[in-house]
Design a protein around this ligand. Structure first.
Ligand SMILES: C[S@@+](CC[C@H](N)C(=O)[O-])C[C@H]1O[C@@H](n2cnc3c(N)ncnc32)[C@H](O)[C@@H]1O
Length: 222
């Protein structure tokens, strides 16, 4: 009898919004080793002047994680987060479909979001150093960001990645680090990142360095 009641409670919880409280799921877009690596990068550029930037910040999970790390470690640099806060832009998706043979339906993600929600998530988590910017990265002149010490570039598709890489590199301070997410040629949906990263590194005459399965690494010489 007792186990039947327990079973019923479990069933109810599994189908209710309380499920996340009782049966929490791992929510991050990065694995623990990848998050540790991002923190190590932030640590390694501690003395490199410039802003920390995340291009493609979605709902702020990684922003909160990295900002908590920075606070705990006494790294006090401005953090700029950019996103459309409404998913992919039509031109970027069209490029994937027309030029890279992808199906449009693959890119219907990240649409349910808003800058207001992102900002509230920062406040709820006690994160105060983030400035969020709602924009299409294709339309931004990256010089507005000023010198950069660490950049997480995470906008997934070929066209915006290709545009951002040289501009961000130009802004990177000597010794600064840029991490490019989704550098995985096997991933049908996001392999545009991999292509853009590899083309950029080839253009620079440097070998591609992909760590933890998908993180393209770039460090500017000191
Ligand atoms: C994989 S998510 C970012 C995940 C986030 N960095 C994290 O770790 O939690 C990719 C984000 O890039 C944004 N994005 C895609 N194309 C963009 C563009 N052209 N301009 C600005 N943001 C873009 C999407 O809206 C989406 O939120």
């Amino acid at each position: 009898m007792f186990s039947l009641v327990q079973k019923c409670i479990r069933e109810v919880l599994h189908n209710s919004p309380l499920r996340r409280y009782f049966f929490p799921k791992y929510l991050y877009n990065f694995t623990p080793p990848q998050l540790c690596f991002l923190c190590k990068c932030v640590e390694d550029v501690r003395d490199v002047p410039g802003v920390t930037a995340e291009l493609g910040c979605a709902n702020g999970l990684t922003s909160v994680f990295l900002n908590k790390y920075m606070t705990e470690q006494g790294i006090d640099k401005p953090y700029v987060a950019i996103d459309t806060f409404s998913g992919f832009v039509a031109e970027d998706v069209r490029y994937e479909v027309v030029n890279r043979g992808k199906q449009e339906r693959l890119f219907k993600r990240f649409q349910v979001n808003s800058k207001k929600w992102y900002d509230k998530t920062m406040r709820t988590n006690g994160v105060t150093r983030v400035t969020s910017i709602q924009a299409d990265v294709n339309m931004i002149d990256m010089r507005i960001l000023g010198p950069l010490s660490f950049v997480l570039l995470d906008v997934d598709l070929y066209r915006p990645m290709k545009k951002c890489l040289p501009e961000l590199y130009e802004q990177l301070s000597p010794g600064g680090i840029m991490v490019v997410d989704d550098c995985d040629a096997e991933h049908v949906r996001w392999d545009g990142s991999d292509q853009a990263y590899k083309e950029f590194m080839t253009g620079m005459g440097r070998p591609a360095r992909i760590l933890h399965g998908k993180l393209g690494f770039i460090q500017k010489d000191r």
